[in-house]
Ligand binder design. Structure first.
Ligand SMILES: [Zn+2]
Length: 336
């Protein structure tokens, strides 16, 4: 498989070089699975500088009225209808799941890592916390698959901290299930099985973005990222989150990988991320469960959004952290 990339050269006269002619360049890459382009740029200063933002102060301020904290969760969050989950809320370890008051899909779940963890900076995320929360999401997907088999397009997602889209500070995951795929689920489900295999083989052979296999999960830095520091994971022979039910070992392995990635994000100076695990309908032959996760720009002055005209209207991200440099930083953590 060819991983397509092109460098485009331009020229400008720079004020700090006495307006001498200077060459510019931008690299465009195309994702080998969906065709989405990404731009690797180099500016005079980092696009996404580390933050000095006082997250703990925001935690203290938001804790007083938080509906996900222990004293309010039972009273203020919805319960599942008995035909979906008779106990009303789904629990695994410290994690608790309940329907989303703001439903973005036909079936939804919000699950906190723990009611007690209102403040959970990424460096404190553990494999256990992530795996227990994933187990709640898997239980939700399984319950939906049993109660409403037509709603076969499920995903497990995260908006984590401002400005990822999370309206509540208290860290949580979100599950969505519908009879129709999201746009990205459709694009990924349209990829032939042999193309996924070819992509993973190519990346493993080239090595520059390959992080390794943790057993049954393959991790790599995205060739053409959707945003800063995008990491991808693939779980061959599992098409849907519901298929992880009864395989706690695999849930734990995935949880370990996500927690490891979040530790890296913290080390790189980020505290906000988005994550999606894109399911296809259970039993879809040849489709590997896909995970994509990326950082969001820090809330600090001078703030630069990571959702500019390029990301929102041209559907291609501009990043200045190369996938190869990210992989270099990540590789040791994933070598098991
Ligand atoms: Zn809270």
């Amino acid at each position: 498989m060819e991983l397509r990339r092109e460098v485009f050269k331009g020229q400008m006269l720079l004020p700090d070089r006495d307006f001498a002619p200077t060459q510019t360049s931008v690299e465009v890459r195309w994702d080998p699975l969906t065709g989405h382009a990404a731009r690797l740029v180099r500016g005079p200063s980092p696009l996404f500088p580390p933050s000095g933002f006082d997250l703990e102060a925001l935690a203290t301020r938001t804790e007083q009225t938080c509906p996900f904290c222990p004293e309010r969760l039972e009273r203020m969050t919805p319960r599942f209808a008995p035909q979906v989950w008779p106990e009303g809320r789904i629990r695994s370890g410290e994690a608790v799941g309940f329907p989303n008051l703001l439903p973005y899909a036909q079936h939804t779940v919000v699950s906190v890592y723990s009611p007690a963890l209102h403040f959970l900076p990424l460096e404190r995320m553990t494999a256990r916390l992530v795996a227990d929360n994933l187990a709640v999401q898997v239980a939700f997907c399984t319950a939906v698959a049993r109660h409403d088999p037509a709603a076969g397009w499920a995903s497990v997602n995260a908006n984590h901290m401002l400005p990822s889209g999370s309206s509540l500070f208290h860290p949580h995951l979100q599950g969505l299930a519908q009879p129709v795929p999201s746009t990205m689920q459709r694009l990924l489900a349209d990829v032939p099985a042999e193309r996924f295999a070819d992509y993973l083989d190519t990346e493993r052979r080239q090595g520059a973005r390959w992080l390794g296999s943790t057993g049954r999960v393959r991790w790599l830095a995205a060739f053409a990222p959707l945003g800063p520091c995008e990491l991808r994971a693939f779980v061959p022979e599992v098409a849907a989150p519901a298929e992880l039910a009864g395989d706690r070992e695999l849930v734990d392995e995935l949880g370990w990988g996500i927690a490891t990635a979040l530790g890296l994000y913290a080390e790189l100076g980020f505290q906000s991320f988005n994550l999606a695990i894109y399911g296809a309908p259970p039993g879809t032959p040849g489709y590997p469960l896909n995970l994509r996760m990326l950082c969001r720009s820090n809330l600090d002055a001078p703030y630069r959004s990571d959702a500019t005209l390029l990301e929102r209207l041209h559907w291609e991200a501009a990043v200045d952290i190369t996938p190869e440099a990210l992989a270099e930083r990540a590789r040791d953590r994933f070598s098991v």
